[in-house]
Design a protein around this ligand. Sequence first.
Ligand code: COA
Length: 604
Amino acid sequence: MYLTSIKHLVKEEQYRKTKSIVEKFGEPGGTGELLQKKLLEKSDNTHNWVYDYWLDDMYLNQRLALPVNSNPAMVFPKQDFRDHKDSLRFAAHLITGVLEYKERIDTRELPVDFSRGQLAGTPLCMKQYYRLFNTYRLPGLKRDTLIIHETGSTEQEHIIVACKNQFFVLDLVVKEKKLKEMDILTQLEKIVKMAENSEERQPPFGLLTSDGRTEWAQARDVLIKDSVNRESLAVIQKCLCVVCLDDPSGMEVGDTSRALLMLHGGGHEKMGANRWYDKPMQFVVGEDGVCGTVCEHSPFEGIVLVACTEYLMKFMTGSPSKMGRATSVSELPTPRRLLWKTTPHIQGLLKASAERLQRLVRDLDMDVHKFEVYGKEFIKKQKMSPDAYIQVALQLAFYRCNGRLVSTYESASIRRFHEGRVDNIRSATPEALAFVKAMTDQKTSNSDSEKMKRLWDAINAQTNSTIAAITGMGIDNHLLGLREISQEIHMEVPEIFTDETYVASNQFILSTSQVPTTVEMFCCYGPVVPNGYGCCYNPQADHLLFSMTSFHGSTETSSAVFIKALDEGLVEMRDLCRKRNKPQSNTAAASKAVEKSQGAGKNE
Ligand code: COA
């Protein structure tokens, strides 16, 4: 499968070399067999043989800054706040919803999710939900650590409120009573007042969390020499979530600018320092109505984030604010401002972090686009999988812009398995290449029936890869497992993993993910390589929403150009479908792949 996935993406000579390396690796009694045996032993002794390898490889070993490069954001609908107080009421209501949701998590009340779409109806692992509010990504010099607090721990009875780059502790339990919404609002009002007091203002320490992971870890080592800083860091580490009360950004409030503000806060001159990027759940409530969440990604996937935020959105619109009080105002202690000890050296570190964040802000090229010609219902009517269709359209757009296909990542949920996260659907299939060539070849004009056949081939290949990946038969996690176990047994890295094809095949120039929502909001994230695109899409019944990102620094990419090509391709694909009906039923191939892959692992 690996060879098939890369053959059409590399030069012939390189492919021949890779093929011989792979064949040697797979020889009976060879390295592959030995590593597979070790991996099977590991699988016998762990719930999920790939989980730790995957977490390290995907997140904890990565050294790039969290904003843009790693943390996804969920952008809420723009809110129309009448005044500043209105935004605080919204924040208090949101926090009340968070507490209600957290309670459901702690009491194990959340109903088990079942898969939808392909192979619908299988129960899914719920573990990611139990890591929404009790985790923290601690920076390390070489590798970060995902800290997991015990669920329902009494240490976790506060949230951190960020306001004007200051951080405040909002205790949620006072004299053994849980604060009610009115109490929370009162506390938020006090926080805003305290933040306005410029005499007590602390330096913008949140900036350090926006830096590269090694840089932040080095800075943290300096900070913790002082007990005041140590104490502030420890309190943040244990909070349930961060709520960022943002000043108006001054930007025009469209989809793209709201997405930018969620991903990086607009840099240190805007809201970029009013964040603590290590904390997995960070809510933003802007006075100008720009609201959403920005998340540290290592504990959970976008789909779990959607479930949580949709619950909150429904809570916000469905249940009126209950402005009762648990505690009399006089009993409410003043929220505590977190203090920092700074030195000229630390000031220098803050300045360097601010500059690096600014570079990231300037570099991000973002385009949030609503394709309104049709949505997933049209695609379903063609008897095609909407997800596969959109993936093929992305390949067509990339080919139009670059004249080639590249290694592509599409996240496939493997929550059918205990502790399952994702594997990769490699969407740049040979069939996709044949289709995009048929659609774009100027010299030989292909007939519509030829193009339609190629479209069906591409859709079927994509659907089959999806089914393989979600049932644990993807190749990326398996190869990662073989690679990592070779290190565990102190073997020299096998050639298959140092080969330039393997290295290139893991540089995902196109990094894509479907994050569908049922209420009005959308997800976005940045590219994973400097010359790449990040594409998060949200298929709706009558339209498709794309959040496209790339970097201005690359001369090979442009989000606007890509979106234009995508628009054109989607219209051409619709015209083709309208002209030609499906030539034959191809679902047999997909069903066969399902049968083959079922029972492939320990089902949840
Ligand atoms: N004809 C008609 N309808 C079809 C069809 C066909 N041939 N194939 C699929 N459909 C329907 C499905 O029944 C489904 O219907 P619904 O809207 O009523 O539920 C709908 O089309 C969507 O199915 P499809 O487009 O095939 O996609 P999917 O929902 O199976 O999703 C993945 C595919 C890969 C996106 C999904 O399995 C997955 O893994 N999602 C998680 C991704 C993730 O983790 N993202 C976050 C990363 S941070």
